[in-house]
Design a binder for this molecule. Structure first.
Ligand code: GLY
Ligand code: MN
Ligand code: MN
Length: 465
């Protein structure tokens, strides 16, 4: 079995993790469990992101153990010719060291006998807290076996720590390899959005009935044609008023001439997510009110993009978005000045929440809502002047994360206008979101998803094509 691609990258990550475990530390990281869908069918297996980040190994039933000295042990499925006829080729423990660059490998059936040995005479055991159901119980069992040997002179770990704290921080900063994969995933997703837009306009022009699932099918086709393993999350394809349901899924609603369609979909490629939203006129031409709202969301996104640069805080793009949207809501009459006051009141009192109720972005990587602390480590909280209603203690605001090169995040403002008295009728039931994926660079950010345009005129032009 030949070495997996990029073996050295995973070895380097394991070494960097080992160096943070402290004297006598040992880390245990399992991959994800297989999950039953119904009767004897299973969901398509998706490895655990932490495990994959450290190994590049995609088989189920695998565990990684790393010591502070950098010794790595893999447990994996043993070779089994009969099972492999049904389920596919397994790497097996014999081939694993050469293929993955780990120091030793054993059958996963030996986990319960070997783990107590690996924990013996260690002081701290690191593992992912609250990620894998039942893991704590298994570790308790292994620790009990170590403790049973203390009269023979063994020492048992007396400290347990959350390995996610270390891995989340590592994963927050994407290396060149990761950025390369994310760019490819973004390109595939951008092409998929174009394909769905064009199909929608073409079907309507041809007098065909369009349903949301027709557009979902276009996305899936493009993802798989380019080697994506699966969508990075459940695709949202929302026609008309469905766009105002934030977690709507592609369903069977008709897509009507004159409506907008919101598609929030991205493929996963070799473990990495992309996450794009585009909103477009089903027939390829925005109406006046649709375009007015669309251009407002686009202006909000541009403000957020300008605020996505090193040294700024994670919250700065959101604050920039809110300022533009809130002003636009006042200008377009979505909020009544007599009721809500001026711009600063709208922001302070969160009146904009009525039409914009989510945050403007999230970290992106192996998980679509990727790991990584949203507060700046090591900075003390600032007093807010408010007291906690339960404890009465002063509330300190944790300072938002400072953006640094290599961080990857989405920028996704939106507007969602539900029918209500006082809101101009021409805007009712319009939902718009524009979402791009950004990598923070030395000077600003690079948008990796602009293979699909955002400009209203450009969208109309490509839908005529
Ligand atoms: N598609 C999930 C999100 O935009 O956060
Ligand atoms: Mn997103
Ligand atoms: Mn999204």
């Amino acid at each position: 079995m030949s070495a997996i691609p990029h073996q050295a990258i995973y070895a380097d990550r394991r070494a960097r993790l080992a160096a943070q475990l402290g004297d006598g530390g040992v880390a245990i990281i399992p991959t994800a469990p297989e999950r039953q869908r119904n009767r004897d069918s299973e969901y398509l297996f998706r490895f655990d992101s932490y495990f994959y980040y450290l190994t590049g190994f995609t088989e189920p039933r695998a565990w990684l153990v790393i010591t502070a000295e950098g010794h790595t042990t893999l447990f994996c499925q043993p070779k089994d010719l009969e099972r492999e006829i049904w389920d596919g080729i397994r790497l097996g423990p014999q081939a694993a060291p050469a293929a993955l660059g780990v120091d030793e490998a054993w059958s996963v059936h030996e986990l319960d006998t070997r783990l107590p040995q690996l924990l013996e005479n260690r002081n701290t055991v690191w593992y992912p807290f609250a990620v894998h159901a039942g893991l704590e119980t298994r570790i308790d069992g292994w620790l009990q076996q170590v403790r049973a040997r203390v009269r023979q002179g063994a020492t048992c770990p007396d400290t347990q720590r959350d390995v996610c704290v270390l891995l989340d921080e590592m994963r927050l900063f994407k290396d060149t390899h990761e950025i390369g994969v994310m760019r490819r995933a973004a390109d595939i997703s951008a092409q998929a959005h174009i394909r769905a837009m064009q199909r929608c306009a073409r079907m309507l022009r041809g007098g065909q009935e369009v349903r949301e699932y027709h557009l979902d099918a276009e996305l899936l086709h493009e993802f798989r044609q380019h080697g994506s393993q699966y969508p990075a999350y459940g695709s949202i394809v929302a026609a008309g008023a469905n766009a105002c349901v934030l977690h709507y899924r592609a369903d069977n609603a008709p897509v009507r001439d004159g409506e907008l369609v919101l598609i929030d979909a991205g493929c996963e490629l070799d473990g990495y997510a992309s996450d794009i939203t585009r909103t477009f006129p089903a027939n390829g031409r925005f109406s006046g009110p649709q375009r007015a709202l669309y251009d407002l969301v686009l202006a909000a996104q541009e403000a957020a993009i300008a605020a996505t640069k090193p040294g700024n805080r994670f919250t700065d793009p959101h604050d920039a978005t809110v300022r533009v949207l809130a002003q636009g809501m006042l200008d377009l009459g979505l909020l009544n000045k007599n009721d809500v006051g001026h711009l600063d009141d709208v922001i302070e009192q969160r009146h904009y929440f009525r039409h914009y109720m989510h945050r403007t972005g999230h970290w992106l990587g192996l998980d679509v809502h990727d790991v990584g602390s949203y507060v700046e480590p090591g900075e003390p909280g600032r007093p807010t002047g408010r007291n906690d209603p339960v404890t009465g203690q002063p509330v300190r605001e944790r300072p938002s994360r400072i953006l640094r090169p290599g961080m990857a995040l989405t920028i996704e403002p939106g507007l969602y206008i539900s029918p209500a008295a006082g809101v101009p009728k021409e805007f009712w039931n319009i939902g718009i979101r524009i979402e791009d994926d950004a990598i923070v660079t030395d000077t600003g950010c690079e948008l990796i998803t602009r293979g699909v345009p955002v400009d209203g005129d450009e969208i109309e032009a490509l839908m005529r094509g």
